[in-house]
Design a protein around this ligand. Structure first.
Ligand code: DX5
Ligand code: ZN
Length: 221
């Protein structure tokens, strides 16, 4: 069995109590914190930036923070997020003019790097930069909002990405983001994902421990 990780997306958390919410999901068994950064330019929504990431670190969050940049341009924010305590920084290749440079900037700063692919964006660019990524993130909804429905065509794309990773022999994580829930997580894992972002499926439930346990049970079934 793969080393599965559950990554709650704090986009669906109660922002007025963000520190407590993050503590709660981690205590409930989550592995990493998924941190959605939206700029009202690359995506039609506006969320949080490096100050909030720093605030979570200052509050005492020790778990890896997986920063998903839905911003354009990308490079100017890399340094601020590294300083603010990001563990992973992922960005959309179509949001950066110089993808190779952006990946290098992330790694040179000591962070793990990743590329994010929208539902209709091909994986072609990986052919040239797969040795520079620690994570591949496949969007299974169009980015911008939580609570959308999983797009089934992502399953084929996950199989394709899994093949690329296995052929490379590199320890790259394969993350999926959008519409993941207890009912579909097993099928998504079978297609090759090992890291599961879930926002509304976790934060809209009263008992985070129960929903994360249910997800793990599905992954083990
Ligand atoms: C969407 C974000 C996701 C989102 C997932 O653009 O990148 O991380 O919060 O939310 P759910 O799990 O509700 O689809
Ligand atoms: Zn995300």
């Amino acid at each position: 069995m793969r080393d599965y990780q559950i990554a709650p997306s704090i986009l669906s958390a109660d922002f007025a109590r963000l520190g407590e919410e993050v503590d709660s999901v981690l205590a409930a068994g989550a592995d990493i914190v998924h941190f959605d950064v939206m700029d009202n330019h690359y995506v039609p929504n506006l969320t949080i930036g490096p100050m909030v990431c720093q605030a979570l670190r200052d509050y005492g969050v020790a778990a890896p923070i997986d920063v998903h940049l839905m911003v354009s341009p990308v490079d100017a924010l890399i340094g601020s997020f590294v300083e603010a305590g990001a563990s992973y920084i992922t960005f959309h290749p179509d949001a950066s003019t110089h993808v190779d440079r952006s990946l290098q900037l992330i790694r040179d700063a000591g962070c793990k790097s990743g590329l994010v692919f929208n539902p209709a964006t091909p994986l072609d660019v990986l052919r040239y930069v797969i040795d520079k990524v620690d994570m591949i993130l496949l969007m299974s909804v169009n980015p911008g909002f939580g609570g959308q429905k999983f797009i089934p065509a992502t399953l084929d794309k996950l199989r394709e990405a899994r093949g690329l990773i296995d052929n490379s022999g590199l320890p790259i994580r394969l993350e999926v983001d959008g519409g993941v829930n207890t009912a579909n997580i097993a099928v998504i894992a079978a297609a090759g994902a090992d890291t599961f972002v879930a926002g509304s499926a976790i934060f809209n439930q009263p008992d985070y421990r129960q929903v994360i346990a249910d997800m793990r049970a599905e992954l083990e079934s």
